[in-house]
Ligand binder design. Structure first.
Ligand code: CP
Length: 297
């Protein structure tokens, strides 16, 4: 493996073999009964969740993964931590690490925050989403949901569109690396000002031109909290509606939380070709595989 397995902070640290190896292990976990194994690989270990930004899926998922592997969780939320008194996230991480935790799972609004902390501490760090830069465990769970749906070993030959507010999406940034590494042809779709200024990937400003032939479409939330601005016709131009679902045969993913009725319709989000909740289930399995790998490295 090219990845040293010590920290999991940037999807670019992993090559194709690293990704496939972790996904294979995660798939085995996805097949297991969702029960706690008190004698699992994390028995006796405490994993610290340091969430300086809000989260439902990622935080609960890391908690589930830790518990299922026999570990215990120390949970710190930014809103109730001493960062509200001006403490830096590095000092917070240093103090929690000094308590003897086995690994730090960090979500923060600072781009590169988890990588910066990983460089400063001996305790392993997992990036649970940093600013608009990356969300590597989300990219892993998206890949797992897709690979399992296709019944394949990789994403070789698959055509995948990432649609919406790409400019503010850390999920997109990680998937723009992992999906091509796993063999997919990836297209980015959105209004001009929400697309990256430079990219090697194909870009579309017309969703209807991009959808035909897609094996999967990853819809993204418009991130109003990061000051995304959209035109009044955004829904007409970029929403995945029931009508648009009839123009391609693939499946639909969304990392959540969803703006229902804006970027995605209820009938699509809850429809037969939606992998949204399967993504969530795969999230626990992926995080189990990553935590297991880190504590065994
Ligand atoms: N997909 C995702 O990161 O969701 P949360 O913000 O709820 O963790």
């Amino acid at each position: 493996m090219a990845w040293n397995g010590r920290n999991f902070v940037d999807i670019r640290d992993l090559d194709r073999n690293d990704l496939l190896s972790l996904l294979s292990r995660a798939s085995a976990y996805r097949d297991r009964e969702p029960v706690v194994d008190p004698g699992g690989p994390l028995a006796g270990a405490v994993i610290a969740n340091l969430f300086f930004e809000n989260s439902t899926r990622t935080r609960c998922s890391f908690t589930m993964a830790t518990k299922r592997l026999g570990g215990d969780v120390l949970d710190l939320l930014g809103s109730t931590s001493s960062t509200s008194k001006g403490e830096t996230i590095l000092d917070t991480a240093r103090n929690v690490a000094a308590m003897g935790v086995r690994c730090l799972v960090i979500r923060c609004s600072q781009d590169g925050g988890p990588a910066m902390i990983a460089k400063s501490l001996d305790t392993p760090v997992i990036n649970a989403g940093d600013g608009v830069s990356g969300h590597p465990t989300q990219a892993m769970l998206d890949a797992l949901a897709l690979i399992r749906f296709f019944g394949a070993d990789s994403l070789d030959g698959r055509k995948i569109a990432i649609v919406g507010d790409i400019a503010h999406s850390r999920v997109a940034r990680s998937n723009m690396v992992s999906l091509p590494t796993l063999g997919a042809e990836v297209a980015l779709v959105g209004p001009e000002d929400l697309l990256p200024k430079t990219t090697d990937l194909e870009t579309f400003t017309d969703l209807d031109a991009a959808l035909p032939g897609c094996d999967a479409v990853i819809m993204l939330r418009v991130q109003f909290e990061r000051d995304a601005t959209i035109n009044d016709d955004y829904r007409d131009q970029f929403a995945l509606t029931r009508d648009r679902m009839s123009t391609f045969d693939g499946v639909v993913l969304h990392p959540g939380p969803m703006n229902r009725g804006l970027e995605i319709d209820d009938a699509v989000a809850d429809g037969k070709r939606s992998l949204v909740l399967e993504q969530v289930a795969c999230g626990v399995a992926v995080r189990m595989a990553i935590l297991e790998h880190i504590v065994r490295t």
